[in-house]
Design a binder for this molecule. Structure first.
Ligand SMILES: O=C(O)CCC(=O)C(=O)O
Length: 337
């Protein structure tokens, strides 16, 4: 396999979601520098330290032997909500996944601490959990936040820019990967079809990352969010976060008694999120794209086919072209026609 010809795009925190999405679409990944203040990451460190100290090391050639992992981050404290719901990240993910779903959702949340002495992880694709062939349009976008400075020596994630375009028979060599060096508070955002892996830590200090993934609203989430964040806890969270966790429906999928699960709850204050992909499919859609007038969604759901159409058009106009030759399930969705 010849080495990738792409370099790693680096954007400033003033970039737009469209600029980030374009970079990720082209190279498979991008770093957004200094997206949150270092103080935020120090707070994250404080919140995670006890849990990371408590858990044993992983025990596998893939998960590592000097690596510690904790999951269920939304339930663990609120600083991670700031990362999970960072507006620029949500906008970028929205553009990348627009056209493939009405709305996206959280895939998995974890913190990964690579301690001194850890070897490099094998290069892999995170979207391998789904049975899709490659190349494909993005179905899963991942973010790796630098809780510490990431350096070539301390286990910075290694990536093969451009490898999201590889077919399933093309595997990169370890030497094709480059370390993603970035300052504390920066984030690596990537198409989960990109080959990447944790680096070896030959330094004297641990390297911690928070990894937050997003996936199409109609796919199974890797981390079961209804167990990780049970309804009682979810009821205390902002509506937008509830929706991201999956406490919402995607057309007919995920309904409760045929409706948006939250429309039955005392906590119903749904508000349409700002990114273009949101079409609030919170009512019962008929196959023709109309809305069942008997349903209730708190008063701010889809009120007319015209509104849905304009939102779909808006999503399309901001969508980054990607593998245009492949079939596009949601472009033929009746609500978008
Ligand atoms: O910690 C990292 O840098 C990457 C970890 C990773 O890709 C994984 O465990 O799947």
């Amino acid at each position: 396999m010849s080495p990738s010809t792409h370099s790693l795009p680096r954007l400033s925190s003033t970039a737009t979601g469209l600029e980030v999405a374009r970079a990720v679409s082209a190279a498979g990944c991008a770093v957004i520098e200094d997206l949150v203040p270092t103080a935020t990451m120090r707070a994250v460190t404080g919140e995670l330290e006890a849990a990371l100290n408590r858990v044993p090391y992983c025990e596998g050639s893939f998960t590592g032997r000097r690596t510690k992992r904790v999951a269920r981050l939304v339930a663990r404290s609120s600083t991670r909500h700031e990362l999970l719901m960072h507006e620029l990240v949500l906008e970028s993910v929205g553009v990348l996944l627009a056209g493939e779903c009405y709305d996206f959702q959280v895939h998995a949340t974890s913190a990964v601490r690579i301690d001194p002495g850890e070897q490099a992880q094998s290069l892999h694709r995170d979207d391998g959990v789904y049975p899709f062939r490659h190349p494909a349009r993005p179905c899963h976008i991942n973010t790796i936040w630098a809780v510490d400075d990431f350096t070539a020596d301390n286990g910075a994630t290694r990536v093969v820019p451009g490898s999201h375009h590889f077919d399933d028979t093309t595997k990169p060599a370890a030497s094709d990967a480059q370390p993603v060096e970035m300052r504390q508070g920066s984030v690596l955002i990537f198409d989960a079809a990109l080959y990447h892996g944790g680096g070896s830590n030959v330094s004297a200090a641990p390297r911690t990352a928070v990894i937050l993934g997003y996936t199409l609203g109609w796919l199974r989430q890797e981390e079961n969010q209804y167990l990780a964040v049970p309804p009682k806890l979810a009821a205390t969270l902002p509506r937008r976060l509830q929706r991201l966790l999956g406490y919402t429906n995607h057309g007919f999928l995920g309904t409760f008694e045929g409706q948006d699960p939250w429309s039955r709850s005392p906590q119903k204050s749904p508000t349409c999120s700002r990114f273009a992909t949101c079409t609030e499919p919170s009512s019962r859609h008929s196959r023709s794209g109309d809305v069942d007038s008997r349903s209730s969604n708190g008063g701010v759901g889809v009120s007319s086919v015209a509104r849905k159409r304009s939102q779909c058009e808006s999503a399309r106009s901001t969508r980054v072209p990607h593998h245009a030759a492949l079939p596009r399930p949601f472009s033929s969705n009746p609500t978008c026609s």
